[in-house]
Write a new protein. Structure first.
Length: 285
């Protein structure tokens, strides 16, 4: 069983094994599956609206804010690095002056990651697990940044097209293990793993992973899960995206009871209230 995970992010020290931590999602995209365009006015990103939303997440109990500038929904296409930087770096630069809550950049591109770190981000959240751009682990090591290593099968453009596995747990576990090794070779000292719910996985694959979460603990790193409002919830109980909070809460509580340390969510305050209860029950001696 994994021991304590004492991680330092700037002047924040988190014991990621003591309770469940929340990562709030700040999508600065115009086309994300759930909240695309939320911070846009007349077709242009409103930085102040985005900052207000981030600060509200923190007020509601977010321990991290994850900033993304490119949609990775199924079927999405990459955007130019310059556009992703234009969306994310100004927000990160201002946000990190407003709070000491750690900010992560949700990107698999080296150029975007480097600009975000220069702007004050402390974590790279790489959906490709260090596979899409060899520069990402190098940059993480260079800037002493932490990294979230996620599993994906395929790319966002094609990951939903008939993904197949012989053994989904073994393949995801092996992929994450290799990502950890890549990080270590590049001097990345703090890593977190994410099995990638919904990224190149059908309903049965997602369920298998959720049931096997405890077995990822043998990798001896904190586990993050990102299942907020995802399609597998609709597959189980048909629900429009904007009404998937109950299903998200249920799945996240199951994940927390099975060893997850961090949940990545859109709805922070509802999860903070639920986690206060579930963490109390888990830690009651």
């Amino acid at each position: 069983m994994a021991g304590k995970f004492i991680y330092t992010f700037g002047n924040k020290e988190y014991d990621l094994s003591a309770r469940t931590y929340i990562m709030g999602i700040l999508n600065l995209t115009d086309d994300s599956f759930s909240d695309g365009g939320k911070y846009y006015e007349n077709g242009k990103l409103n930085v102040n609206m985005a900052l207000d939303a981030a600060m509200k997440m923190i007020e509601d109990g977010a321990d991290f804010v994850d900033v993304g500038g490119e949609s990775t929904r199924p079927g999405s296409s990459p955007i130019p690095d310059e556009l992703e930087i234009e969306r994310t770096s100004p927000v990160i630069s201002k946000l990190t002056k407003m709070t000491d809550i750690p900010v992560s950049i949700d990107t698999y591109k080296g150029n975007v990651a480097e600009e975000a770190l220069k702007s004050g981000a402390l974590i790279i959240n790489d959906i490709s697990g260090f596979r899409a751009d060899y520069k990402v682990p190098k940059i993480a090591g260079k800037y002493n940044a932490s990294a979230i290593i996620m599993h994906i099968k395929g790319t966002p453009k094609d990951m939903h097209l008939h993904p197949k596995y012989m053994d989904v747990f073994y393949e995801v576990y092996s992929y994450l293990k290799t990502g950890i090794e890549i990080g270590k070779r590049n001097g990345v000292k703090q890593m977190i793993i994410d099995p990638g719910i919904g990224f190149g996985k059908l309903l049965e694959h997602n369920i298998d992973i959720l049931k096997e979460l405890k077995n990822f603990r043998s990798l001896n790193l904190p586990i993050l899960i990102g299942l907020s409002r995802k399609r597998f919830i609709d597959d189980i109980s048909p629900t429009p995206i904007e009404e998937r909070l109950p299903g998200t809460l249920a799945a996240n509580i199951f994940a927390v009871m099975n060893g997850v340390n961090i949940i990545r969510v859109h709805d922070v305050i509802e999860h903070r209230k639920a986690l206060n209860v579930i963490d109390y029950i888990k830690n009651l001696k």
